[in-house]
Design a protein around this ligand. Structure first.
Ligand SMILES: [Zn+2]
Ligand SMILES: [Zn+2]
Length: 261
């Protein structure tokens, strides 16, 4: 049987979680059919590491940005440093950026300012954005719709780790966003099956968010890109498609959004 061709559109490979078995982890991903991985920075340091990994490995690409939980530590010059990193041709997106009122509600204003600044930068640089949104949907919708209206961008980016209801999915889709789903869609309590069914096939993406959010089978352990097959499997089950079909259309979508050849 031909191998699947899957893209992990969101992982964090630059951390020490993978320092011990990086090459073996990549080999397992290749074996599982993962053709490309986007590793996303969360501050200047991890964005620099993401770019370095992308330069070293042909199948790794980088996203650079400042995560909402890091934004209060960011210096003014950091945004400029992120803009510099974008010059590397293997940087395919800005992110992850966004709002997270779950874990760091105290820095709301800083988060909103940091998100708006990075969105502006994305339109200047003409790159798609990778958005993190946790318990901040109302503000997120306000900020993103204003930005999309102002810039008239047709393919603004992706809402990663999508865990919102179907109504909110509709709002983000209407703005032109892709929605990415990870291993959590197979958790017994996940409500994502109903949401996945309403997303057009041309807007679905797969991701792991490794080393976080492992699939059910590996809960409590480190997640890694090879485990994306469980997400493809679950999506196929929900949509009544084969794994190959899901791998094919999600890969086509990722290639279109991130301009992979
Ligand atoms: Zn995130
Ligand atoms: Zn992430």
């Amino acid at each position: 049987m031909p191998k699947l061709n899957i893209i992990d559109t969101h992982a964090h490979l630059e951390g020490e979680e993978f320092a011990g078995d990086f090459e073996a982890m990549l080999a397992r991903a290749v074996e599982a059919g993962v053709s490309r991985i986007i590793t996303a920075g969360t501050n200047v340091e991890s964005s620099e590491k993401a770019v370095a990994l992308a330069q070293k490995y042909p199948q790794i690409f980088a996203a650079v940005g400042i995560h909402p939980q890091e934004i209060h530590n960011a210096q003014k010059a950091d945004i400029q440093k992120i803009a510099e990193l974008v010059k590397n041709p293997k940087v395919v997106a800005l992110g992850e950026m966004g709002l997270d009122f779950h874990r760091s509600a105290v820095y709301r204003d800083e988060q909103i300012k940091g998100l708006k600044r990075q969105l502006e930068m994305a339109s200047e640089l003409r790159l798609p954005v990778i958005i993190h949104n946790r318990q901040s949907t109302k503000e997120m919708i306000e900020i993103l719709s204003e930005w999309v209206n102002k810039t008239q961008t047709k393919t603004p980016g992706v809402i990663h780790c999508f865990q919102e209801n179907a109504d909110n999915a509709g709002v983000f889709l209407e703005m032109g966003f892709y929605l990415a789903f990870g291993g959590y869609i197979g958790y017994p309590k996940s409500l994502m099956a109903e949401v996945i069914k309403i997303v057009p096939k041309t807007r679905l993406l797969t991701e792991t968010d490794a080393p976080y959010l492992p699939p059910q089978k590996f809960r409590g352990q480190r997640n890694e890109p090879a485990y994306i097959v469980y997400t493809v499997e679950r999506m196929a089950e929900v949509l009544g498609k084969t794994k190959e079909e899901v791998a094919n259309f999600t890969t086509e979508n990722a290639c279109r959004l991130f301009k992979f050849q």
